[in-house]
Design a protein around this ligand. Structure first.
Ligand code: NDP
Length: 263
């Protein structure tokens, strides 16, 4: 039996085990997906190998460390230096990023989007900003710490620290900070968050499974919003395809993952 896991801190909230196990069980694929609470990201490779894993997903805050842990990086992950999916190929760790394409799938329902403000500058923000620019979308980024903005400036995003925030209009605002994940915090000071919400058509949060304070405020303001569930589904389908190496059909993977959301 093949064994897979998700690594993160926190990790107890993750729905990935439910999603991937739903596919394995219903498609009679001989595999099991578990979760691993990893405190120190530098221990990722050693832990992966000692557990005898065939593959893994990586969540907050280890995606950048996961990039360093891999022996080879393929596809979009190479461009962003952020890995959320690892496949064990004959003892070598191969790193991929499925978050960005998963998110593009999630925002299809908003139609044509020309400008996006990203809240946060972590691994997820990097993947999304790079992918949005590829799709010719204008990207702005606002983050609590200034140091993390360098990458975004270099790739052509307009960047703001909280002190530098300016009111501008966006088609979509995306929260990629972990504010609201395990606490009731806003992703920026409340007066900035309110102003941002008053100047956007759509709102999305990468966090799923709860209405974050950010989304609650968007809801109170009657703005069309969505949480991170579709992003989770999108990245999960693409990751599972890599895990099973073409042995299962994408439509079936998606169907069984979607079913697991109803549990
Ligand atoms: P990282 O740890 O790489 O980055 C976290 C970001 O959040 C940083 O920009 C950090 O700012 C900011 N931040 C953290 N706490 C606060 C706070 N209290 N107030 C303001 N900013 C804060 O995380 P990831 O990019 O890996 O993940 C971010 C979020 O996205 C997580 O909640 C994760 O669960 C979610 N996610 C969901 C996915 C899905 O499928 N739905 C897929 C991927 C991620 P600073 O630089 O100042 O520290």
């Amino acid at each position: 039996m093949k064994l897979f896991s998700i690594f993160g801190n926190p990790v107890s909230h993750s729905r990935s085990p439910l999603m991937h196990n739903s596919v394995f069980k219903n498609m009679n694929y001989n595999a099991c997906y578990t979760r691993t609470h990893l405190l120190d990201g530098t221990q990722l490779k050693q832990t992966f190998l000692s557990l005898g894993l065939s593959g893994a997903n990586i969540t907050v805050p280890h995606k950048e460390e996961a990039y360093k842990a891999c022996d080879e990086i393929r596809g979009f992950a190479k461009k962003v230096g952020v890995v959320n999916t690892i496949v064990n190929e004959n003892g070598k760790l191969i790193g991929y990023n499925t978050d960005a394409d998963g998110f593009m799938f999630a925002i299809e329902e908003f139609g044509e989007v020309g400008s996006i403000l990203i809240l946060g500058a972590g691994g997820t923000a990097k993947a999304l900003a790079t992918r949005f620019l590829q799709a010719n979308i204008k990207v702005s980024v606002i983050n609590r710490s200034e140091a993390r903005l360098t990458y975004f400036k270099e790739i052509g995003c307009t960047c703001y620290s909280w002190d530098e925030y300016k009111t501008l209009n966006y088609d979509l605002v995306v929260n990629t900070t972990s504010a609201g994940l395990k606490d009731e915090e806003y992703p920026a000071p409340l007066e900035i968050v309110k102003d941002i919400l008053d100047n956007t058509s759509f709102v999305a949060d990468a966090i799923y499974g709860k209405l974050t304070p950010f989304l609650k405020l968007a809801k109170d303001k009657n703005i069309t919003f969505k949480d991170g569930a579709d992003m989770l589904l999108g990245q999960g389908v693409l990751a599972n395809e890599l895990f099973v190496n073409g042995e299962l059909k994408k439509e079936n993977i998606k169907l069984h993952m979607q079913k697991s959301f109803e549990l």
